[in-house]
Design a protein around this ligand. Structure first.
Ligand code: PLP
Ligand code: COI
Length: 364
């Protein structure tokens, strides 16, 4: 039982799991992040002791001292990945080691104890094993896994905590956007930025999302589904959306996506899309792209498609881009061909319907 790695999970199955009938009813229309499985995994950390007390137990509220550090200074990180019901009947995961690695990176940025990869991956296997019946069998339904870790020490001084709690919960999901795979409308925020150079933009910490809620509310007031953030220094270059990376497609087939500049999240979907696109002969430019280049390109017909990508949203076409300088439309506002084909390719790999030459998928 140390920070180094292998510890056994104590398994205490729930004494009151949801009945099969009720579960089927819930799985019929899960939405996103509304319903949860019967169990959770918890692992504790204390300075000097390392990671200990790994448990699989009934999902339940976690009692908290009012002085728990995360409630005051937001020392918290999370991940998001999905388990898929595959064509061969097995449960598949997509690049979970990449999430484990990003979780460690996020922990370093937030001055937290990093969770060893084998515990991250082990926790996922344990939870899927016990909550297997909750993985949707519907087309494109999946079990969204949410690992997170927070400062659990009760202490009000401002310094890295000496105790952490890692928790894994799971939520059966359908599409992230209520409209399904239809193109989304996005809002260009002039008032708010998401991340500054040297800030926490490349970490997956809850604070980034809290900071984006006012912008998201502004977007919703303007009838938009998501915010696209501009860089904090010049308010000129596009960074990413609140919870997704972004790609533009030119009429010659070149794809453009903002570079990993330290202010955007290094998306695993982004990386996978770049690999698949290059394999299919597209050239992919990772470079700064300004909102002006996007707007002008869309209006002149040079930029024909745009899409957002991430675990929750998979690959979602962008239809209308709205901002204080007026709207512009991508193509004719319907889902573009490139986005549609790449999405199908990616999803087919994730669901085990197509060969996986990169070794991205594993089964549980
Ligand atoms: N950008 C942000 C801010 C996100 O929250 C996410 C979702 O995790 C992504 C991008 C996409 O990352 P990934 O493809 O690893 O899910
Ligand atoms: C994910 O795609 O996993 C995210 O964390 C994005 C969030 C908006 C749900």
């Amino acid at each position: 039982m140390s920070g180094g790695g292998t510890i056994d999970f104590e398994i205490r199955p729930s004494s009151q799991p949801v009945s099969a009938t009720e579960r089927e009813a819930l799985l019929a229309n899960p939405g996103f992040g509304r319903i949860f499985t019967d169990h959770m995994v918890t692992i504790r950390y204390a300075e000097g002791k390392g990671w200990y007390d790994a448990r699989v137990e009934a999902r339940a509220p976690i009692p908290m001292d009012p002085a728990t550090a995360v409630l005051h200074y937001a020392q918290e990180i999370f991940e998001g990945l999905k388990a898929y019901h595959r064509a061969d009947g097995k449960i598949g995961l997509f690049r979970p080691e990449a999430n484990a690695a990003r979780f460690v990176e996020s922990a370093h940025r937030m001055a937290m104890a990093p969770l060893p990869t084998e515990l991250f991956l082990g926790s996922i296997r344990q939870l899927i094993d016990i909550d297997r019946a909750w993985v949707p069998t519907s087309t494109e339904g999946s079990l969204y896994l949410r690992p997170f870790q927070y400062a659990s020490e009760a202490f009000l001084g401002v310094r890295p905590a000496r105790e952490y709690l890692y928790v894994l919960i799971a939520s059966p999901v359908g599409p992230y956007f209520a409209g399904g795979v239809k193109p989304v409308t996005i809002w260009v925020s002039n008032d708010y930025t998401r991340a500054a150079p040297g800030g926490t933009g490349a970490a997956k910490c809850g604070g980034n999302y809290a900071a984006g809620l006012a912008a998201q509310a502004e977007a919703a007031e303007h009838g938009c589904d998501q915010v696209v953030y501009l860089d904090a220094a010049e308010r000129r270059y596009i960074d990413e959306l609140g919870g997704m990376n972004v790609f533009l497609v030119r009429k010659d087939g070149t794809m453009i996506t903002p570079p990993l500049n330290g202010a955007i999240l290094p998306g695993i979907t982004r990386d996978s899309v770049i690999t698949l696109a290059k394999e299919q002969g597209y050239s992919v430019e990772e470079r700064p792209v300004s909102i002006d280049e996007w707007r002008d390109g869309a209006r002149s017909g040079e930029i024909v498609e745009a899409f957002a990508c991430g675990t929750a949203a998979v690959l979602t076409p962008i239809g209308t881009v709205r901002g204080t300088e007026g709207d512009f439309l991508m193509g004719d506002g319907t889902a573009g061909q490139v986005a549609t084909a790449l999405r199908a390719h990616l999803v087919d790999i994730q669901f085990g319907r197509r060969p996986d030459p990169h070794g991205w998928t594993t089964t549980v």
